[in-house]
Design a protein around this ligand. Structure first.
Ligand code: PMP
Length: 354
C-alpha cells in the first residue's frame, strides 16, 4: 500500500495498538474491562430513552453531567472537563500543556499511549525508568524540569503511589503540570481529586470505562484548576464541540449517581483479585501488589509468551507485552469469580503438561 498522499507528519506516526476485541466468544481478560454489567439504572434509562432527542446536537458543555460529577466528587463545575474517554482527555492535555519548551516525563513502563501522544504533537519526552521493583522513580521525576504524567495505579504493573508521594511531587515544582491518570483508582488507590483546589499544577484524569463498567460509552473527565479546564476547552473547541453525545451524557450521569452499584461491584472485584493472587502464588506465580482491576504476574517456570498463546488456544484471552523488562510477565484483568476459576484450571492443565 502506498503512502504517497500522506503528509510528512502522518508518515512519522507510531499509533497505539489496543488489546484485541475478539468476535468469537471467549473469556476476555485482556483489556481491563469490568466483568459486571453497568448499573441497572443505565438499562432503565436506555429503555425509556426518547429517540427523538437525537434530532438535536448534544449540550456542548455536558452541563447536567458536570453537575452530577461536581456533586459526587465535591468539586466545582468549572473544575471539571469531560472528554470522549479519558484517552481523549489525555490527548487534549498533552496538546494544551506540553511542547518543545515544556517536555514531558513519564516512566519507561506505563500506559503506552503517553509516548504516542508525545509523538503526535512533537513533544520531547524524558523516559525515567521504574526501579528494579517497578516502583515510581519519584526522586528523578522531581528534579526533571518539565511536565509529568503518571498513571496511579500504574499500568500494566497495577502498583499505586500514596497521596503523600503525589503531594511531594506537586510541591517540588509548582511551575510544571503534573497529570495523574486515575483510570484504575477506584480499585484501592488514594485519589488526588481532593488536591485540585490547593494545587494549581495538578490535573487528575478519571474514566467511567473501568469502575462504572462503561468502556463502550466513551466518557472520561479531568479535575483541575479552572484555568487548566479552560485550556482543555480551548483545544476541544478548536477540534470538535460535540465530543460527548447526548446518550453518553445521560448514561454517564445515571451511572455516577448509582453509588450503591459502584461500591458493590468494586468490592467484588477487589475481593476476587485478592483470592486470585493467593491462588496464583500456589501455582508458583509472583504477582506485583495490585490496586487495580488487573494484575501483573510472572510464572516461575514457564515462559510467559507461551502461556499466553496456550491460554488463547483454550479460549482465554489475557495480555502479553513483548517489551524489555516486562516480557516475562502476563497482565490479567480481574473477571468474575467463575472466570478466574476457569483461568486457574487452564493454568493448572498447561503447567501439568509441561
Ligand atoms: N489510562 C490508562 C492507564 C488506561 O489503561 C486506559 C485504558 N486503556 C485509559 C487511560 C483510557 O481509558 P478510556 O479512554 O476508556 O477512558
Amino acid at each position: 500500500m502506498s503512502d504517497r498522499l500522506w503528509n510528512a507528519n502522518t508518515k512519522k506516526l507510531i499509533p497505539y495498538v489496543p488489546g484485541e476485541q475478539p468476535r468469537t466468544k471467549c473469556i476476555k481478560l485482556n483489556t481491563n474491562e469490568n466483568p459486571y454489567p453497568p448499573s441497572p439504572n443505565v438499562k432503565d434509562l436506555l429503555s425509556d430513552f426518547k429517540y427523538d432527542s437525537l434530532r438535536l446536537y448534544p449540550d456542548p458543555t455536558s452541563s447536567n453531567l458536570k453537575e452530577g460529577l461536581a456533586e459526587y466528587y465535591g468539586v466545582e463545575k468549572d473544575e471539571i472537563f469531560i472528554g470522549n474517554g479519558s484517552d481523549e482527555v489525555l490527548a487534549f492535555a498533552f496538546q494544551a500543556f506540553f511542547d518543545k519548551e515544556m517536555p514531558v516525563a513519564f516512566p519507561d513502563i506505563t500506559y503506552s499511549f503517553y509516548p504516542v501522544y508525545a509523538n503526535l504533537y512533537s513533544i520531547p519526552t524524558e523516559i525515567i525508568p521504574l526501579d528494579e521493583n517497578f516502583n515510581m522513580p519519584l526522586k528523578a521525576i522531581k528534579v526533571f524540569k518539565g511536565g509529568v504524567v503518571l498513571a496511579n495505579p500504574n499500568a500494566p504493573t497495577g502498583m499505586a503511589e500514596p497521596l503523600s508521594a503525589i503531594i511531594d511531587l506537586l510541591k517540588s515544582n509548582p511551575d510544571r503540570l503534573v497529570i495523574i491518570d486515575e483510570a484504575y483508582i477506584d480499585f484501592g488507590g488514594e485519589t488526588a481529586t481532593g488536591l485540585v483546589r490547593n494545587y494549581e499544577n495538578l490535573l487528575v484524569v478519571q474514566t467511567v470505562s473501568k469502575s462504572r463498567s462503561l468502556a463502550g460509552l466513551r466518557v472520561g473527565y479531568a479535575f483541575g484548576n479552572p484555568s487548566l479546564i479552560k485550556a482543555l476547552e480551548c483545544i476541544r473547541d478548536s477540534f470538535n464541540s460535540y465530543t460527548i453525545d447526548t446518550l453518553a451524557q445521560k448514561v454517564a450521569l445515571v451511572a455516577i449517581k448509582d453509588g450503591t452499584w459502584f461500591e458493590q461491584t468494586r468490592a467484588k472485584i477487589i475481593k476476587t483479585r485478592e483470592w486470585f493472587i493467593a491462588a496464583l502464588s500456589e501455582l508458583g506465580f509472583t504477582t506485583l501488589p495490585s490496586k487495580a482491576n488487573f494484575i501483573f504476574t510472572k510464572p516461575s517456570k514457564s515462559c510467559a509468551s507461551e502461556l499466553y498463546e496456550l491460554l488463547k488456544e483454550k479460549g482465554i484471552l489475557i495480555r502479553y507485552f513483548r517489551k524489555p523488562r516486562i516480557d516475562s510477565y502476563l497482565r490479567i484483568s480481574i473477571g468474575t469469580d467463575e472466570e478466574m476459576e476457569q483461568l486457574l484450571i487452564a493454568f493448572e492443565e498447561i503447567l501439568n503438561q509441561n
